[in-house]
Structure formats: C-alpha cells, structure tokens
Design a protein around this ligand. Structure first.
Ligand SMILES: Cc1cc2nc3c(=O)[nH]c(=O)nc-3n(C[C@H](O)[C@H](O)[C@H](O)COP(=O)(O)O)c2cc1C
Length: 187
C-alpha cells in the first residue's frame, strides 16, 4: 500500500515515522539555567557532518506552546552536553521525559548522578559511557511546532578503555524504536 502523508493526521504521521526510522539514537541532553540542571531525551537526533562536527536535534514545544526547557536553555546559554543511554539508564531516561516545571531539575527530582567534567559546559550524566560537549550552531526554519537545532561538537568524553588505538569508540548504546528502547546487537 501507499500511504499519502497529506491524508494522515499529525499524531498518526508521528507514529508512522518514528516506528519506521528505527533504531534512532537518543540524545540525553543536559543544559543549565540559573544553576538548575535540566536533562531530557530526544530521538529526532542525527549526526550531520564530521567536518564541521555537527549534529541536529529536533525539539518540539510544551503542551502550552512554550519552548521545551532544553531548547530555551540552549538558545540562552549556547551550550549542551549530549549523553548516551545504556541498558542501566533506561528508567532514568523515561523519568527525564516527564514534563517538569522550568525551575525543577530532573537530575535532582529523580536522583540522577551527574559529573561536572568541563567548567564551561553543562554537567554530564555520570553513567554515560561517552558525552558530546556542544555549542549552539544554528536553528533551521521549519513551519510547525518543531525547532531543529544544529549543535557543534567541541569536545568528547570517552570512558576509559572505550577508545581503541585506531580511534574507534566502543559503547553499548540503547536506541529508540517506536515506543520502545532497543539495545544494539552484533550480527
Ligand atoms: C526516548 C525519547 C525520545 C524523545 N524524543 C524527543 C524528540 O526528539 N523531540 C522532542 O521534542 N521530544 C522528545 N521526547 C520528549 C521529551 O523528552 C520531553 O518532552 C521532555 O519533557 C522535554 O524536557 P524539557 O522541557 O526539560 O526539555 C522524547 C522522549 C523520549 C522518552
């Protein structure tokens, strides 16, 4: 069958696209504002280029139409730390997807350990095996409720023993597949 996207409503189009473009990596993004550490997962997320080293993440609006805290903080402070999800952190990630008040921190509410590894970037989720320390590059104009944000990777944390002598990184990421989390398997 051929589905004509103009005949599908927004919610069903979202379900069809996010069940189809799988598995998607999850950017578990940490930002800061007024000393409050915000952490939230985003799976409309991909690398765009390695030179310049940029990734793109699409951030929607809150129910009330205001920008999600992550977007607000990135546009204000121009910094984001992208962490990655592994089998042990799925529950924490699910918690971080729940809408909290702007002045409430997910990491405090859900007791998530963070580590400040670089003074000039937001803290990193302590359990992540790798993290990308990014600066705001630009937003992309798109009609509708979503703001695609391009971020430039400035530095990367790689847990001890995960970078080999040929510059390959070995991590056990969990990705998004429809409404589910999926771990990677070797074939
Ligand atoms: C695995 C996963 C992936 C998500 N991907 C996105 C996404 O790509 N874009 C988006 O706007 N929201 C996404 N969400 C929902 C946000 O995480 C959620 O709206 C969160 O409350 C935003 O938090 P903030 O207001 O602190 O930025 C996702 C949720 C989960 C669990």
């Amino acid at each position: 069958m051929i589905v004509d996207y103009k005949d599908v409503n927004d919610l069903n189009r979202y379900k069809m696209m996010s069940d189809t473009v799988v598995p998607r990596p999850i950017a578990w993004i940490v930002t800061e504002d007024n000393g409050i550490i915000n952490a939230a997962p985003f799976s409309y997320f991909v690398p765009l280029s390695s030179n310049p080293p940029v990734v793109i993440v699409s951030i929607g609006k809150k129910e009330d139409g205001t920008p999600k805290d992550t977007l607000y903080n990135i546009l204000k402070h121009k910094k984001a730390t992208i962490c990655f999800v592994n089998k042990n952190s799925c529950e924490e990630v699910k918690n971080c997807a729940m809408p909290l008040d702007k002045n409430e921190s997910e990491v405090e509410t859900y007791n998530i350990d963070v580590q400040k590894v670089l003074e000039d970037f937001p803290a990193m989720i302590a359990s992540t095996q790798t993290a990308l320390f990014c600066e705001f590059y630009k937003t992309v104009d798109l009609p509708g409720k979503t703001t695609p944000v391009i971020l430039e990777v400035k530095k990367q944390f790689i847990e001890e023993g995960r970078l080999d002598e040929k510059s390959h990184v070995h991590i056990d990421n969990v990705g998004r597949s429809g409404a589910f989390f999926k771990a990677m398997v070797d074939l």
